[in-house]
Design a protein around this ligand. Structure first.
Ligand SMILES: Cc1cc2nc3c(=O)[nH]c(=O)nc-3n(C[C@H](O)[C@H](O)[C@H](O)COP(=O)(O)OP(=O)(O)OC[C@H]3O[C@@H](n4cnc5c(N)ncnc54)[C@H](O)[C@@H]3O)c2cc1C
Length: 467
């Protein structure tokens, strides 16, 4: 029986373990925090659960316009303790579910930490395990090792989180009350999501963005549309302003900005990215190639340069998404266990910012097209003309579609709308299956529906034979 040790039990690690167990390997997962890893216990799952509460508040916005007198947002109160308790309970329950699933699949789950051992024994790798229980450390020899150790919030030396006023995103759920004035430093997807959620909950929010717009790596039209919504709802956005340092004051925080000047608030959230958890794993001593920034170098089947050692997920820096981490982990196991395997394809990965409205993207980007990397025709339809959007009073969103100039093959798209994460699927299917705009356009959608805007965009991209 092939023995496999997986270091890290997040989506990369636990999905890999399930695949390996299905293929009858002897699998051990060593995880420091709990099944599901940071994704389930402190990052993705908690943040989306928190956003589910902010969405409930959003439902009370402007109800009068629908002829419903709810008292409006002013009448809504948010019990931060209850919200945070729900977040933590749900995350723990999800972790327990994953733990049970692993055990049922026959995986050995060890609570503790692991690192590569000093010596190699031919084609076998030695992993040193330190159990969290305090039991004596021991070694396990395995033919395959998967490094799936994830990442940790980046800490700015001049703004070290203290868990009280200066916070990273993992500490937010311990706050006993909602912040009075939250300053979010970093306007990438994580910063924007929390800024959006706290704003919805009635918190005064200042978002400090080092670039000229929020979510600078996302589609510019989409990011600008969302920035407009944020501003219209009262968020202060400081563009081209880096948060250089954060200091505690008597009753809050003071953020020093790069261009000079300061901004004060009650709390600061530092959301300036993550660093891979690859230190202390013995990688370099073992000869495993680690790139700049500490990311483990892997190929498209998750192999490192050392035979038998694979890596997957955020520790590889390939694309920091749970969906991608899980696929990298599965691919590693299929490859290691001799199954037919398709190398990782990032072309069809859909991604979503869970702001309000949401921003979903798939395939080629506007940047690719504008830079001439991908020849494409495009159309952008605002939701303002969509009947369903009018009924729901959604004026802020749009659908954008990219296709090949001659064949009309759909190569990408962007959706800004509530639940864009769900609406992006038809475009993802089209990109994945090389469908053309004609095929999309001939699909009959529900009337009225937001998805109708996707087929309408496709219709506008159909080429007509000149008369
Ligand atoms: C706030 C936030 C929101 C996010 N939202 C989304 C989202 O909506 N959708 C999405 O797709 N992605 C989201 N992500 C990204 C997603 O969480 C990550 O891509 C995903 O967690 C990566 O999975 P992983 O298995 O690589 O690592 P992780 O989930 O980080 O798990 C790795 C685990 O390994 C453990 N570990 C580390 N070192 C050792 C060791 N030596 N021994 C034993 N265990 C060790 C760690 O404790 C950790 O629990 C979000 C990220 C953040 C920060």
């Amino acid at each position: 029986m092939t023995r496999i040790v997986i270091v890290g039990g997040g989506p990369a690690g636990y999905e890999a373990a399930l695949v390996a167990a299905q293929l009858d390997a002897d699998v051990t997962v060593v995880e420091a925090e709990g099944a599901g890893g940071a994704c389930v216990l402190s990052d993705c799952v908690p943040s989306k659960t928190f956003i589910a509460s902010s969405d409930v508040v959003t439902g009370y916005r402007d109800t009068d316009r629908f002829g419903v007198h709810s008292g409006g947002l002013e009448a809504v109160t948010v019990d931060a303790r209850a919200v945070n308790e729900r977040v933590k309970n749900l995350a723990q329950a999800q972790s327990n579910d994953i733990h049970n699933k692993l055990l049922k699949a026959g995986v050995t789950f060890v609570a503790g930490t692991a690192r590569l051992g000093a010596d190699t024994l031919g084609h076998t790798h030695r992993v040193e395990i330190t159990p969290a229980s305090g039991d004596t450390p021991y070694s396990v020899d395995a033919s395959t090792v998967l490094i799936a150790t994830g990442a940790t919030p980046r800490v700015l030396p001049s703004a070290v989180p203290d868990g009280e006023r200066i916070l990273d995103w993992r500490q937010l759920y311990d706050l006993p009350e909602l912040p009075e004035h939250l300053i979010v430093i970093g306007s990438g997807v994580t910063g924007a999501e929390f800024a959006s959620a706290y704003l919805a909950m009635g918190v005064r929010v200042t978002l400090v963005s080092s670039r000229d717009r929020v979510m600078p790596h996302e589609d510019a039209d989409a990011a600008q549309a969302i920035e407009r919504v944020f501003r219209s709802r009262g968020m202060t956005i400081l563009n081209n302003a880096r948060g250089n340092a954060v200091r505690r004051t008597a009753d809050g925080v003071e953020v020093e900005l790069s261009g000079g000047g300061t901004v004060t608030g009650s709390h600061a959230l530092i959301a300036v990215g993550s660093v891979p958890n690859t230190e202390g794993l013995g990688l370099e001593e073992y000869g495993v190639a680690v790139a700049k920034g500490g990311y483990v170098t892997v190929d498209r089947v998750s192999r490192t340069n050392v035979p038998g050692i694979y890596a997957a997920g955020d520790c590889t820096g390939v694309l920091a998404l749970a969906s991608v981490a899980a696929m990298q982990g599965r691919i590693a196991m299929w490859h290691a266990l001799g199954e037919a395997v398709q190398p990782l394809r990032l072309r069809t990965v859909a991604a979503n910012a869970f702001t309000d409205p949401e921003l979903a993207t798939v395939g080629v980007s506007q940047n690719d097209v504008d830079a001439g990397r991908v020849p494409a025709r495009e159309v952008m339809l605002t939701l303002a003309g969509n009947a369903r959007a009018k009924m729901a009073d959604l004026g802020d969103g749009f659908v954008k579609l990219f296709c090949r100039p001659a064949s009309g093959q759909v190569v990408g798209g962007v959706v800004v709308s509530p639940k864009a994460s769900e609406l992006i699927l038809p475009i993802t299917l089209a990109v994945e299956n090389n469908m053309t705009v004609d095929q999309l356009a001939h699909t009959i959608t529900i009337y009225p529906s937001l998805s109708g805007s996707i087929t309408e965009a496709a219709r506008q991209l159909m080429l007509h034979e000149p008369e």
